[in-house]
Design a protein around this ligand. Structure first.
Ligand code: BGC
Length: 764
């Protein structure tokens, strides 16, 4: 080893050490531990690499473009079949040194095509660019690797949430990571941690429902599944918690419109899911496309730096959302032009700009640096985070994994896992006179607009962005009608699509068939949508579908409603006309099988609502609203009168709760130990979600009627009983007080599990 090399080694090690020291929490620095933790070896490698990078290399690393910009054709109108364009590739990767590419254009690619694309991209980046820095490819694989043809398609996250099964959330994350890496892609823009407290929003199905505890638990499990033990392994990907912060409650109920969220509400309801994800070492974070309290989040240093970095100690990469830098000028009008938007957002804390079809960003950012408008320290911090992720993912050692390492891609084993999630998600909302399970020997009418459609069961982010093109259905998967047909033994199936047309012929034929059927399974709900195109002017189910159900009900044939929908569309006009109601959410490619198995009793339903199912357009309260908990005739009412409550879901067996044990007095320094006995008192095996709710009887801020503080999903054979133990940290009783800080107040509390209730007193 030459003297020069030794000296260089020492300098690099020292720089790495100084960097680490600078990142350590200090009195003035982050109050929390750093997450994800830093690895000194990687930090020194980054320091060494950055010493060789010029400004162009650095702004390139901070740029993320859509695949459109390196492909043949025009942006958003690429040549089909997809082809890379070698001139564009060199312009983007070598001249502009762009460090990250995302998404598909048009429709999903085969696994082989993904490999071809990524091999070319990485070869050019590694061999033709002086720094040799590999490209970071990112994709939305939110319910399986939905942009690779024939991959395993799970239920959408709202369905996963309704399983209340954290093992399944981890499993779905693992399989998604496996199939995403199998496609050569190491970065997944999932999970969505926005708490869905306004069910009108078009992205409710991408998240885990309305409750802070459930969203946090599911989100953490999903991150652990996606990232595994170490994101450098061939079967893990970097997750991206999104969209930070305040995206899910626009006052209009429409996507990307303004939200007004006071700090107390922001901290108590919208921040915790991100805090938990940070503790679970989520590798990256995506920023909210909307604006909160009149400030577009992409320009908000208080949120992106003071809160995220200084207060929460987050070290991962912050990527913008789609085109949100230019929108600071064109949509939000907080900047005079694009250049000022770039200055604002980079200075606020954006590390990588998703500027999908625009080559101006790196050029303008370089000018801003030269003009002293964006400090080099900010650029270095951002680039360090990008490079850190590339090192952590192992991209420098192996930019894309060998193709033959993934024998389980789209395997029967993976399909079985998707089936399990679907089967545990489906929620039995109503079952009068024991109509369900159905007999396999009856004449059964299946009808309704979602009965024979795979795209309706998959929803958005399925092979295409909107998920509405049935040409890309996975071969061999079953719709609801085909799965029911297969299950029937002596019975006959009549299928009428029943979709009401102008002459109402669909309805007439369905009614005719219903007359001679023993039961009518009416599949209603929503057709696929995603983001802005999913905005609606009314939450009620479309009139034509309501008319179909009403017309069939006149025949007096018992009705089972199957709701295939990504948000709870109001059904109050028809709910009483149905004997049974099954909520399937968006159950994915195995949804048909799972629904049929529930209808015929091969599977005992165990899903529970992850949101309040509203009865009225103007009463969209969440279960944990403040005030009184039931509609009253006096004037203290909140008018909380949902169609079905959060946490509700029936079974074909019965569970009896007893012996709730809660200490009568607890001290702030102790843990709260609670137990309850659950017995399966019905005729068959089943799963039950034991939900623990706590009510603060008196508090300095109006307390919620109840809050979910813990849950456990258990399984019980007929006649079997189990004691379920919960041990809660007293911090679980905290709320955000009058000064916007978390506080636990002594006093009386109520604990509710099932029909059991007990009180305890918390003392100092
Ligand atoms: C969505 C994000 C998504 C991104 C990349 C945006 O429009 O809001 O959730 O990750 O596109 O596809």
């Amino acid at each position: 080893m030459t003297i020069r090399r030794i000296i260089k080694g020492i300098v690099v090690a020292m720089l790495g050490f100084y960097f680490l020291a600078a990142c350590k929490p200090s009195d003035t620095g982050p109050k929390k531990e750093l997450h994800p933790p830093l690895n000194p070896q990687i930090e020194s490698k980054i320091t060494e690499l950055m010493a060789r990078m010029d400004t162009l290399d650095k702004v390139g690393e901070m740029t993320q473009l859509a695949i459109d910009m390196i492909s043949v054709g025009d942006p958003y109108a690429l040549k089909d079949p997809h082809q890379l364009d070698s001139a564009k590739l060199r312009k983007v990767l070598v001249d502009l040194r762009v460090g990250s590419i995302l998404n598909i254009s048009g429709h999903a690619y085969t696994k082989d095509h993904w490999h071809e694309i990524l091999e070319v991209i990485q070869r050019i980046a590694r061999e033709e660019k002086e720094t040799g820095i590999p490209v970071l490819y990112g994709i939305d694989a939110i319910h399986g690797t939905n942009f690779t043809m024939n991959s395993t398609l799970f239920p959408q996250p709202i369905g996963l949430a309704s399983t209340w099964n954290l093992d399944l959330a981890r499993k779905m994350g693992r399989i998604t990571a496996y199939e995403t890496r199998a496609s050569g892609i190491p970065w997944n823009f999932t999970p969505m941690l926005d708490v869905g407290r306004d069910v009108r929003w078009s992205r409710i199905w991408e998240g885990f429902g309305e409750d802070v505890h459930l969203v946090s638990a599911m989100g953490t499990a999903s991150i652990m599944g996606n990232q595994g033990e170490d994101i450098s392994d061939l079967y893990s990907v970097a997750a991206s918690m999104k969209h930070f912060l305040g995206y899910s409650m626009p006052i209009t109920g429409k996507d990307r419109t303004q939200a007004w969220i006071p700090e107390r509400q922001m901290r108590e309801y919208f921040l915790p899911s991100f805090e938990k994800a940070i503790e679970a070492n989520a590798a990256t974070i995506m920023i909210c496309s909307g604006e909160m309290n009149g400030i577009p989040v992409h320009s908000d240093k208080k949120i992106l730096t003071d809160l995220l970095r200084d207060e929460l100690g987050y070290t991962g990469l912050a990527v913008s959302d789609w085109e949100d830098l230019p929108f600071l000028h064109t949509r939000h009008r907080v900047s005079r032009d694009y250049k000022e938007s770039i200055k604002m957002s980079i200075n606020a804390g954006i590390d990588m700009a998703m500027v999908p079809v625009d080559l101006e960003f790196p050029v303008l950012l370089r000018e801003l640096i030269e003009e002293g408008e964006v400090p080099m320290s900010r650029i270095d911090e951002a680039v360090r985070r990008v490079l850190r992720l590339k090192f952590q993912l192992g991209l420098f050692e192996q930019a894309i994994p060998p193709k033959d390492q993934y024998p389980k891609f789209a395997s029967a084993e993976h399909a079985e896992a998707a089936y399990q999630v679907a089967a545990e998600s489906i929620t039995l909302l109503k079952n009068e006179n024991g109509l369900l399970p159905l007999s396999k020997n009856d004449r059964t009418l299946v009808t309704g607009p979602t009965a024979a459609s795979m795209i309706d069961m998959n929803g958005g982010w399925s092979r295409t962005w909107q998920g509405n093109d049935s040409r890309y259905d996975t071969p061999g998967k079953k719709t609801i009608v085909s799965a029911i047909k297969e299950e029937l033994e002596g019975g006959t199936l009549r299928y009428i699509n029943g979709v009401p047309d102008t002459k109402r012929m669909g309805i007439k034929s369905a009614v005719r068939e219903a007359r001679s059927a023993k039961v009518a399974v009416v599949c209603i709900g929503e057709h696929p949508y995603n983001e802005k195109p999913g905005d609606i002017d009314q939450l009620s189910l479309e009139q034509a579908q309501i008319d179909l159900v009403k017309a069939i009900s006149k025949t007096r044939t018992p009705i089972v409603l199957v709701l295939v929908e990504g948000r709870p569309r109001i059904i109050s006009e028809i709910a009483d006309l149905a004997d049974a109601i099954v909520h399937a959410y968006l159950p994915g490619d195995e949804g048909g099988r799972a629904i049929a198995d529930i209808l015929f009793g091969d599977v005992n339903p165990s899903g529970k609502l992850p949101y309040t199912y509203p009865r009225f357009e103007n009463t969209l309260l969440t279960y944990d609203h403040k005030g009184t908990d039931k509609i009253k005739t006096d004037f203290s009412t909140n008018a909380f009168n949902p169609q079905f409550e959060f946490g509700h879901g029936l079974s074909y067996t019965t569970f009896t709760y007893s012996n709730l044990s809660v200490p009568t007095k607890v001290n702030m320094k102790e843990k709260l130990s609670i137990s309850v006995e659950v017995k399966n008192t019905g005729p068959r095996y089943g799963k039950e979600v034991v939900q623990l709710y706590i009510t603060d009887k008196v508090a300095s801020i109006t307390p919620a009627v109840k809050r979910l503080r813990s849950f456990e999903k258990i399984e019980l054979d007929a006649g079997e009983s189990k004691t379920v133990n919960f041990e809660l940290d007293i911090r679980e009783l905290a709320f955000v007080g009058r000064d916007n800080r978390w506080i636990v107040e002594p006093g009386e509390f109520e604990v509710r599990i099932g029909n059991q209730m007990a009180e305890f007193e918390l003392s100092k």
